[in-house]
Design a protein around this ligand. Structure first.
Ligand code: SF4
Length: 728
């Protein structure tokens, strides 16, 4: 029967025939009763935090008959102002995803077997204790994509005597953070909603995705603000822009140096601010003469007249003008010159006098949570640098000890220095550069424990897998991430009961600690920990659970007396850098590699997020992946002119090769990208056979990226990739 031709009458006929001896009337009555009861069932409402990406937006989850019904944005939440994105909706699928890990797993003869939690904990503790005895605490590590409970993972490593706690920062943001910290003492925010001119260099909040930032940009534009996007690609944010400047990739530093040159040469900077709140202006003034706009035009391919005009516009709008503080692209962990670029960014903003000013760059007010101690004493801090070189004089001297250099783990494992590790809510086999080497390193470990909800690439090679409850099934630690001009706390709380034999991340950490013999530092549960941490803020856990997010009193004020730098001022020239043999004021530095201008097949490979995927994490969601297919989004962007030169048509298959990898992908020919580069969306190229929806679809830039460590913070230099692209 053609399904399209089913009428109510023939449907009922068919049903009657099929039911045989069953009483149709009683069945229909039963259905009606069920439908009525279902319609009558009240929706229960639980505020919580979305885990679909690192933004951790405030959401309200609705439950009906014990099942998740829908989620909505929490209008009180500072980070997303009541909206949620497609990833947030799509990620819900994982709650009922049949591919979820349903119990602890142990690898036996290359296959996973379900085991009990008790057996898993006992066997893991036995192996860890043996490794501790023979190789010492420095041979153990914990790596995770930051979660609200990261403090407890850190406490566990410290309790075991290991300094080795890693985040994904070395492949994401560490150069950007260091650039700001060495200039103004901390990482600031952008007061987008009150700005009159917003310049965004190499950041894509509309694709990245930061919902709060996008809303605030739109608010500013509604008040008449201008948005300028500087990006080699016409990104999702460029769609919102008044002006798009397609810069040559890797040269953002040249643009910023030239803008600083214009500000100083034309006397456009905030002289009062510079005189009172900065140190080292004279050294900058001396050196910046080397970087006029005419020089920059040749390097970054933005015309000198545009650079001068844009700088004058910024100066006119100052201090309600800002150059976005940046994230991943250009500044984060992309180029050899990323740290210098971040320094130049911080200095350019400072010259506008916009530091901690309305409409400029500001320091958000973060809630100061209480401590677990003295009630629950903290372990001693391990007195040693990390094997990756962070915290060790002479090696990656600006590196972040707190983040570590996670993409060094395979190296350290291959050298036999790391022997066992826990990887939590993180998938380095797919998201770190040069997977062949990453796999070899992680497979060299004597023990790898993955804590995850699905069998990702990393979980697939682990010795033991501990299943974490899906985020809607667990209550976690208080979060302070989305503080802005007012400090805000938020909470991730249980919405539905766990469907399988899984546990919340914090509970897993606490139970691991108890089995590892360091339970004295973990004599609490998440409820008690949350109460202790909220205590100084004058709000109760019950109030927070009721609303999901709460403002807690600290309010932002314009201006500052003293910054968190040695001089207490903006360090335009930085003596600490000079002592470490880095330039004290930013200087031009070429990218590490560049495409061959004489080879028509040679391109720089860039990459970035699409608004429907969170790197590799959401690729296996059928709804999100169906959007990728429907809109033909799994393609390599290439400049139309360059493509035609290679004899390509839109949609053709191409072969792409770098020093370390190769693969085939279809091409998207467009005028929306600088001719010197190609751009690959991140989130594809999944190779875990357990993730059936995503398996073997598209490519990942990590397959083409050699293993690099920049000399400042040790970041991955993730855009220092030259590829050859040929018609397949
Ligand atoms: S941006 Fe989207 S996926 Fe990320 S936390 Fe917010 S709603 Fe969830």
């Amino acid at each position: 029967m053609n399904l399209m031709n089913i009428t109510r009458r023939n449907f009922l006929k068919t049903v009657v025939a099929g039911l045989g001896t069953l009483s149709l009337t009683s069945e229909l009555l039963h259905f009606k009763k069920w439908a009525h009861a279902s319609a009558e069932t009240a929706l229960s409402r639980v505020p919580t935090i979305c885990n679909g990406c690192g933004n951790r937006c405030g959401i309200i989850a609705y439950v009906k008959n014990g099942r998740l019904w829908k989620i909505e944005g929490n209008p009180e939440a500072n980070g997303n102002l009541g909206v949620i994105c497609p990833k947030g909706h799509g990620y819900l699928y994982d709650l009922y995803n049949p591919a979820r890990i349903k119990s602890p797993l142990k690898r036996v003869n290359g296959r996973f077997e379900p085991i009990t939690w008790e057996q898993a904990y006992k066997e893991i503790a036995q192996k860890i204790n043996l490794i501790l005895l023979s190789h010492g605490p420095q041979s153990i590590f914990w790596a995770n994509y930051p979660q609200t409970n990261h403090l407890y993972a850190l406490r566990l490593m410290h309790a075991l005597g290991s300094p080795h706690y890693f985040t994904h920062g070395s492949t994401c943001y560490t150069a950007r953070n260091a650039g700001w910290v060495y200039t103004v003492g901390e990482l600031p925010s952008n007061d987008l909603a009150n700005s009159q001119l917003i310049v965004i260099i190499g950041r894509n909040p509309a694709g990245g995705i930061d919902l709060g930032q996008v809303k605030r940009i739109v608010q500013a534009k509604e008040k008449g603000a201008k948005l300028v996007v500087v990006d080699p690609r016409h990104s999702e944010t460029a769609i919102l822009a008044d002006e798009w400047l397609p810069i040559k990739p890797g040269t953002d530093l040249a643009l910023l140096l030239a803008m600083i040159n214009v500000m100083i040469k034309e006397g456009l900077y905030d002289k009062k601010f510079v005189a009172e709140k900065t140190v080292g202006f004279d050294q900058l003034e001396e050196q910046i003469v080397n970087y006029p706009p005419e020089w920059a035009e040749k390097v970054c391919e933005i015309s000198a007249s545009t650079i001068v005009r844009l700088t004058r516009e910024l100066a006119k709008a100052k201090p309600k003008a800002l150059i976005h503080r940046g994230y991943h692209g250009a500044f984060g962990a992309q180029y050899l010159n990323s740290f210098q670029t971040a320094r130049a960014l911080a200095i350019a903003n400072s010259l506008l006098g916009n530091i901690n000013r309305e409409g400029g760059i500001y320091f958000p007010k973060t809630a100061l949570l209480g401590e677990l101690q003295p009630k629950h004493p903290a372990p001693e801090l391990p007195q040693m640098g990390k094997l990756d070189g962070t915290g060790v004089p002479g090696r990656y001297p600006l590196g972040s000890y707190g983040d570590g250099i996670a993409h060094a783990i395979p190296e350290l494992a291959l050298r036999g220095e790391l022997k066992a590790g826990f990887v939590y809510h993180y998938n380095p086999l797919r998201t770190n550069p040069n997977p062949k080497r990453v796999i070899a390193g992680y497979q060299k470990l004597e023990l790898l424990v993955a804590i995850d909800t699905v069998l990702s690439e990393t979980a697939s090679v682990a010795h033991d897998v501990l299943p974490e409850s899906f985020y809607l099934e667990r209550t976690e630690a208080i979060d302070t991430k989305h503080s802005g001009k007012r400090a805000q706390v938020s909470i991730q709380q249980q919405v539905v009961k766990p469907l399988f034999d899984t546990k919340p991340g914090t509970q897993i950490i606490i139970e691991l600690a108890k089995h590892l013999g360091v339970g004295k530092y973990f004599d609490f549960d998440i409820e008690e920990a949350n109460r202790l941490r909220l205590k100084p803020l004058g709000v109760t856990l019950e109030q927070l659970k009721e609303k999901g997010v709460l403002f807690v009193g600290y309010k932002w004020k314009e201006g500052f007396d003293r910054l968190n730098t040695p001089s207490g001022k903006v360090e335009i020239s930085c003596q600490r850098l000079e002592r470490l043999d880095f330039p004290s004021v930013p200087q031009w530095q070429e990218p590490l590699v560049s495409p061959d201008p004489n080879d028509p097949h040679s391109f720089r490979l860039l990459h970035g997020k699409q608004a429907i995927h969170t790197h590799a994490m959401t690729a296996n969601q059928p709804i999100l992946m169906s959007i990728s297919h429907r809109y033909d989004m799994i393609r390599l962007w290439m400049n139309r002119g360059r493509g035609i030169q290679l004899g390509l048509k839109d949609g053709d298959w191409v072969q792409m090769e770098s020093l370390v990898g190769k693969g085939r992908i279809r091409v998207r020919l467009t005028d929306g990208i600088h001719p010197s580069c190609v751009w690959l969306p991140s989130g594809y190229g999944i190779f875990s056979k357990h993730l059936k929806t995503a398996y073997d679809i598209g490519l990942s830039y990590n397959d083409f990226l050699p293993t690099y460590f920049d000399p400042t913070v040790g970041h991955a230099m993730a855009s220092e990739i030259v590829v050859k692209v040929m018609k397949a």
